[in-house]
Design a protein around this ligand. Structure first.
Ligand code: AMP
Length: 284
């Protein structure tokens, strides 16, 4: 595996790959790899001849007071992990390489960014779309792999690809979880042991909603209230949102159906965690 940190070297590599006629898969990440990331890398490995993983803690998707400076980093460990997962190129640009003059032209996320995380993190998805668009232009992948853990991000990227005619296929990977159900996240590192215990309220809430749905409950207010009550019983947990939305347009639902997703954002201590599930899926 090679590490590339400057844009001209990446472009040279891409020209050589094009000359061989090989296909390229891209996995965009912010690093501090866990098994969620490696699952995406292995999926990418199966989908194309060459795999590029970008590792970039993108400053323009963090708001004021968010954890940009604290965000965990461990390049040595990430390098080993990516190499073991069969990655060909780890692209690790500096912020000055990606935004030499500071943020300039931005890609504005469409209407799907109005709800959920877009409400509490204004500008976040514009930062995500901008960096992903840049990565698509730099790496020119035929396929890009994203995790379903960031459900809204995935929907927004799918829309961006259609709206801006990027010639890339978006493939999603299911959420990878700890044995007890907590969705893997680089931010789980922030949790102390008691917060880690209480963080289970997210997956417990999703399971509760699924059980009720399977028993026939379709009223989204009742489903939401049940889950909110369960989460509020944990003193360290504070709800950002508990929502039931349609899986494609992310609009709030009144009556749940097989395409309804429960999406959660919960602060546990000072750590903001997200999780989601399609109510009709048997995945939890
Ligand atoms: P991040 O480094 O957190 O920005 O994540 C990079 C990619 O990995 C995104 O597409 C995420 O959705 C995906 N990802 C992160 N955690 C998980 C997980 N637990 N399961 C599946 N995909 C994940």
């Amino acid at each position: 595996m090679d590490i590339i940190s400057n844009i001209s070297s990446l472009r040279e590599w891409r020209i050589q790959v094009a000359a061989c006629g090989d296909s390229v898969a891209l996995v965009p990440t912010m690093g501090f790899f866990h098994q969620g990331h490696t699952a995406l890398m292995r999926m990418a490995r199966r989908l194309a001849d060459r795999v590029v993983v970008s590792l970039f803690v993108n400053p323009i998707q963090f708001g004021p007071g968010e954890d940009l400076d604290l965000y965990p980093r461990d390049l040595d460990r990430d390098r080993e992990t990516a190499a073991a997962a069969g990655v060909d190129i780890l692209f690790v640009p500096a912020a000055t390489a990606m935004y030499p003059e500071g943020p300039g032209t931005l890609v504005v996320a469409g209407p799907l960014a109005a709800n959920l995380c877009g409400r509490t993190r204004p500008g976040h998805f514009d930062g995500v779309c901008t960096v992903v668009a840049k990565l698509f232009n730099l790496v020119q992948p035929q396929v890009a792999v994203f995790g379903r853990k960031d459900f809204q991000q995935l929907a927004i990227i799918r829309n961006m690809v259609v709206d801006l005619d990027f010639p890339v296929k978006i493939v999603s990977h299911p959420i990878v979880r700890e044995a007890d159900g907590l969705a893997l996240s680089s931010r789980n590192l922030y949790l102390d042991p008691e917060e880690r215990r209480q963080a289970l309220c997210l997956v417990q809430g999703l399971r509760r909603a699924k059980t009720l749905y399977n028993e026939g409950e379709r009223d989204c207010v009742r489903l939401r209230d049940e889950v909110a009550t369960l989460i509020r019983a944990r003193p360290l947990a504070a709800i950002d949102y508990v929502s039931l939305v349609s899986r494609d347009r992310l609009v709030d639902m009144g009556t749940a159906d097989n395409n309804t997703v429960m999406v959660l954002a919960v602060r546990v201590g000072s750590t903001r965690l997200i999780d989601n599930t399609i109510l009709s899926d048997e995945d939890l």
